[in-house]
Design a protein around this ligand. Structure first.
Ligand code: ATP
Length: 236
């Protein structure tokens, strides 16, 4: 088997200090292969967001090793960590996290502008990607002029615009109705297959498990089940 794109080894994470400390993840180890489409699921409070935040380098564990793309990332200082994150990782959040005063196109091009890419190149790439996601008629709309499903598509475009190796999505469908939830997961699945981007999404919605090639169940900060899905639901 090839080297995993993400490797967590004996990770522990707690919040708070002293007597008030709560251990959320305990001695957790996990490997994700390049190109996998994985769902992390479990009840509210089981530790899914904490796990995703550690893999996304948004937080650090007290113990353990994290290796992403062969880099021992916990050894990086904050600047190099931020640089690694912007080059290799994309994020999608349940509340979309779009900038309210910017259009769909401007929201999408933001990560490229932060990287210093020329404005007209960033604008063109954002337009092409939004068109690929079916939003060609909404380029100039602000988030409050779009539906929840459309906003989440813009958020997906923003996560993908920088060509990340890995996209991490925390409850990406929590604010969507069930038809839009299915459509968003199918879109992520299609992008995973077409672009070979590694996708991980966290959910408490077991209905979405059938779309994931691999599902990992977390309970009380531990992995209690990890399986590959042989009857994958795909777009027809
Ligand atoms: N910043 C924090 N400070 C203190 N406790 C926290 C913090 N973040 C999370 N926790 C606690 O850690 C545990 C795991 O939380 P986490 O958000 O990872 O779970 P989750 O499975 O993603 O839940 P949800 O589906 O509700 O988002 C919970 O008991 C939560 O209360």
């Amino acid at each position: 088997m090839t080297q995993p794109i993400i490797k967590l080894e004996h990770i522990s994470k707690s919040y708070g200090h002293g007597d008030g400390a709560v251990t959320v993840l305990q001695d957790l180890s996990l490997s994700i292969q390049q190109g996998e489409f994985t769902c992390i699921w479990g009840a509210s409070g089981s530790g899914k967001s904490t796990l995703l935040n550690l893999m996304g380098l948004l937080d650090r564990p007290e113990q353990g090793r994290i290796t992403i793309k062969n880099e021992a990332v916990l050894g990086l200082n904050d600047n190099r960590l931020a640089d690694f994150r912007s080059r290799h990782l994309g994020f999608i959040f349940q509340s979309f996290n779009l900038v309210p005063v910017l259009s769909a196109q401007e929201n999408t091009m933001l990560p490229l502008q932060i990287r210093g890419e020329a404005d007209n190149t960033a604008r063109r790439k954002a337009r092409d990607l939004l068109a690929e996601l079916g939003l060609e008629r909404h380029l100039h709309k602000r988030p409050d002029e779009m539906s929840g499903g459309q906003r989440q598509r813009v958020a997906i475009a923003r996560a993908l615009i920088g060509d990340p190796d890995i996209v991490l999505a925390d409850e990406p469908t929590a604010n969507l109705d069930s038809a839009n939830s299915d459509a968003i997961i199918l879109l992520m699945q299609k992008l995973n297959q077409k672009r070979k981007v590694t996708f991980l999404f966290a959910t408490h919605d077991t209905h979405l498990l059938s779309y994931a090639a691999r599902s990992i169940q977390v309970r009380d900060g531990r992995i209690v089940d990890d399986r590959h899905n042989t009857y994958l639901r795909e777009a027809s």
